[in-house]
Design a protein around this ligand. Sequence first.
Ligand code: BEZ
Ligand code: FE
Length: 281
Amino acid sequence: MSDYFTEAGSVEAVNARIGPGTSPRLAEIMACLVKHLHAFTKEIQLTQEEWETGVDFLTKTGQICSQERQEFILLSDTLGLSMLVDAINNRRPEGATENTVLGPFHVDGPPVRSMGDCISLDGKGDSCLFEGSVLDLDGNPIEGARIDVWSDNADGFYDVQQPDIQPKWNNRGLFITKADGRYSFVGIKPVSYPIPDDGPVGQMLGHLGRHPYRPAHMHYIVTADGYQKLVTHTFVGDDPYLESDTVFGVKNTLVAPYERLSGAETLWRSPFDFILCPISR
Ligand code: BEZ
Ligand code: FE
């Protein structure tokens, strides 16, 4: 019995080469990957030309990556893979705030701000008061919760995309709750924007008749000792891209109210509570 490669025995031929010293998890992952990759190739009857197009696409995806740009994550995002991995790894009980994609525009170490501070430094956009509480599953306030928040500006760009145009840390800040668990800050009502679409992922979206837009959202990472890290957004409910987010990040529970105010210090108010899940669950 030979283990030469045959079409029918392709999976076994490759997986039989996994050495005995391989870590069990890596062996499991690679064997399963080969199984599905070969099944896909057989089902679709991939031509040589299509294989070359795929290799070329992956090559270009790698070549455009830099310290500032991660095209492979963008590919994962637009194929729904990032949201699937996130869902598998963040199953939470009813009532806990749901996760969604982190995205490429988070910056570590934002300035710590005081409750009520304004994070919009470029004076653009509709001002909006964001406020609510960080609570546990029983509704008790969480003291010392860290709320790391960031959004695009009114032109649809993050500060890191326009370092020569926007002030550093524009629309970013870190807020730390006191004993009442409350938070509040002034930002802008975010606007929808296209993900970077001048590379291979943008071309792929174009070939598939897909737009590159994300519905307007505010990003949050909420952490507190003893609780699972929450990476999430709140979405603006009347956004035209809510049902076709190019990275599939929208969840019903994350669509927040945006109330139009009159005679107040801000044009809008968006209340939202973050409910954290203890680490043990
Ligand atoms: C974002 O929301 O910042 C984002 C998420 C995924 C891909 C691109 C951008
Ligand atoms: Fe975003």
